[in-house]
Ligand binder design. Sequence first.
Ligand SMILES: CC(C)(COP(=O)(O)OP(=O)(O)OC[C@H]1O[C@@H](n2cnc3c(N)ncnc32)[C@H](O)[C@@H]1OP(=O)(O)O)[C@@H](O)C(=O)NCCC(=O)NCCS
Length: 150
Amino acid sequence: MKITKIPEDKKQYLDILLLGDEQESMIETYLDRGDLFALYDDDLKTVCVVTKETETAHEIKNIATREEYQGKGYGSLMLNYVIDHYKDKCAALYVGTGNTERTLSFYRKNGFEYSHTVKDFFTKHYDHVIVDDGVPLRDMIYLKREYGGK
Ligand SMILES: CC(C)(COP(=O)(O)OP(=O)(O)OC[C@H]1O[C@@H](n2cnc3c(N)ncnc32)[C@H](O)[C@@H]1OP(=O)(O)O)[C@@H](O)C(=O)NCCC(=O)NCCS
């Protein structure tokens, strides 16, 4: 198992990035400026994009595991890798997600807690209704993982 930072040709990961964020125009708003990480265990399993939002905050913009490998621990390995990677670079790592219990519990299990809600984010910024786990998404729920001592 190996996690590497992908410095260029990031668009070659578009297929898997679309699992985490299904609108390409949204991915384009953060892919160039973000750090892209890819987890390989033989073949590609999981990707993650993290951006610097302020001097003290980084944000996970996209995390996705290929469908056939979901639920096998790869997402958690990636999440813990990025948590460790940014520990000296910011005071907190944020992630915004839809209001679905399965996704929220993925982050909670990995030490994230509720931060704030951005009302109508999905209905305002996406050109079609995004459905996650059977739920049409409206508000963006922000969770955070604070680093102690910074
Ligand atoms: C959410 C996601 C990145 C987690 O990656 P993963 O490799 O499946 O993660 P893990 O195996 O470490 O953790 C699994 C946990 O994630 C949660 N989970 C969320 N969506 C899931 C899915 N589609 N399949 C399986 N588990 C999912 C569950 O709580 C699960 O816990 P459980 O195994 O105790 O039921 C992955 O499922 C995925 O790519 N989903 C589609 C894209 C997405 O929703 N991205 C997040 C947008 S904010």
